[in-house]
Design a protein around this ligand. Structure first.
Ligand code: ZN
Length: 438
């Protein structure tokens, strides 16, 4: 697992550019909770990692929810009397009310206005609006754009289709040494929005691609699913798997300039919560931590009381709190390679700790073992931080009673995970420790 750790700046910078490039590629696709946009996105992801496609038919019951009709769009526009497209889906897929029912007709401005969505407080942005569970048609335009429409008759064309079809999601599974799993989930249901959905997709794809073929302790399941209904459908079909999930992360909104934010799992003190907190503290830069709330991304479903999975959520600026959120300004200028890379480095450090956090038993627990006669002091003598390494040895020896993991010792001693893990490895080599778990 050594190669998972992102120590090197050029490695991270390259990864940041790769993720940004992938966002650029996926940006034009019109996604929704069902339909060809999701399939096309998954096909692009599948060029990098092994993805299993799942199609869940319309009408399937998932707990209290039903898989909706599949939605697809070919074109949509509003044309004036001169035949000009004054609102054109081909210019921005945010112009269509996502899940809009088909409509064709000529309507006066007064009627049209009832189907136009704007954001008067952010007059230059096109809002992103959906109408998944309520049949409606409409367009989203900037307030300034709406103001240019004059009293007249307009030709409206919404060439969409709602039919019995299926909901599509993708899953990438990497088998580790144990069947115990780490679940990493991102949503793939937003159209041209970069931070909200594409940043998560790009980061999770990069992670899966990087971890493929590595020797892993846990098995990793990466989910690319439509928000809410996708997570609910996945949980319905995989209830038997949930018992194997030891840790998990929802990854979304990880490409903007804000500081990293971690939202704890419903359990609040799960190993994933403690691990992410340790990683964020160790970095020495600003971050924020929030307690669980039953709102946000798909942690709402994974952490519903019937599942209560140990899953937190990693993002940068929390959803809904940045001005570009759910608007056309969540574009290729808002996300930057360096912020994607920074979020990735957190994810990698978290995975590294999950992989290496073990319990040990001290095989010489009655009084301190004599380290000098075993050459252990000599072994750490050349270490740049020999004094600290000696303390790390003593901490690991003292706390390793089969009940305290390395992460427990981190919290108790104030030392870093790396220091303690190195000490444990040295003690293991010298026959003073025994690994307690897998
Ligand atoms: Zn969103």
């Amino acid at each position: 697992m050594k190669s998972l750790r992102a120590r090197d700046v050029s490695f991270l910078s390259e990864a940041g550019h790769w993720m940004y490039g992938f966002i650029e590629e996926l940006y034009p696709i019109c996604r929704s909770i069902t339909g060809e946009g999701v399939r096309e996105t998954l096909r692009r992801i599948a060029q990098h990692i092994p993805i299993e496609f799942h199609e869940v038919p319309t009408g399937i019951q998932a707990f209290d929810w039903t898989v909706p009709m599949e939605w697809n769009i070919r074109d949509a526009y509003i044309r004036n009397g001169a035949g000009e497209r004054v609102v054109d889906f081909r210019k921005s897929n945010l112009h269509i009310l996502n899940y809009s029912i088909p409509f064709r007709g000529t309507v006066p401005l007064e009627t049209l206005r009832k189907h136009l969505f704007t954001l008067p407080e952010k007059p230059d942005y096109i809002p992103y609006r959906t109408s998944y569970y309520q049949q409606n048609w409409g367009f989203c335009v900037s307030q300034r754009h709406a103001e240019t429409l004059r009293e007249a008759e307009y030709e409206v064309c919404i060439d969409t289709e709602l039919k019995d079809g299926s909901l599509t999601y993708g899953e990438c599974f990497l088998q580790g040494a144990t069947d115990q799993e780490v679940l990493i989930s991102c949503h793939i249901c937003h159209p041209s929005l970069c931070n909200d959905n594409l940043s998560g997709i790009a980061l999770v794809t990069w992670l899966a691609r990087h971890m493929q073929g590595k020797s892993l302790r846990y098995s990793y399941r990466f989910l690319f699913i439509p928000g809410t209904i996708g997570a609910i459908v996945w949980l319905r079909s995989n209830e038997n798997i949930t018992a194997k999930i030891r840790h998990g992360l929802v990854i979304a909104g990880v490409g903007d300039p804000g500081k990293p934010t971690y939202k704890k799992s419903r359990r609040s003190n799960a190993e994933i919560d403690r691990t992410v907190l340790h990683v964020l503290r160790e970095r020495g830069s600003e971050f924020s931590v929030r307690e669980f709330t039953p709102y946000g991304y798909d942690e709402r479903q994974y952490c519903s009381p019937g599942f209560d999975l140990p899953m937190g959520a990693l993002s940068r600026t929390p959803h809904g709190t940045y001005p570009e959120y759910h608007t056309s300004a969540d574009d290729l200028n808002l996300v930057r390679p360096e912020y994607l890379a920074d979020s990735l480095s957190i994810s990698l450090a978290v995975i590294e700790i999950l992989e290496k956090n073990s319990l040990y038993t001290n095989l010489c627990p009655k009084c301190e073992p004599q380290l000098g006669k075993r050459g252990i002091y000599r072994a750490i003598g050349g270490h740049p931080d020999a004094g600290k390494q000696e303390m790390a040895l003593l901490w690991v020896l003292n706390m390793s009673d089969g009940k305290h993991s390395i992460l427990d010792i981190v919290e108790r001693s104030g030392m870093t995970f790396t220091q303690l893990r190195e000490a444990a490895d040295l003690l293991l080599e010298n026959g003073l420790l025994k690994k307690f778990d897998t």
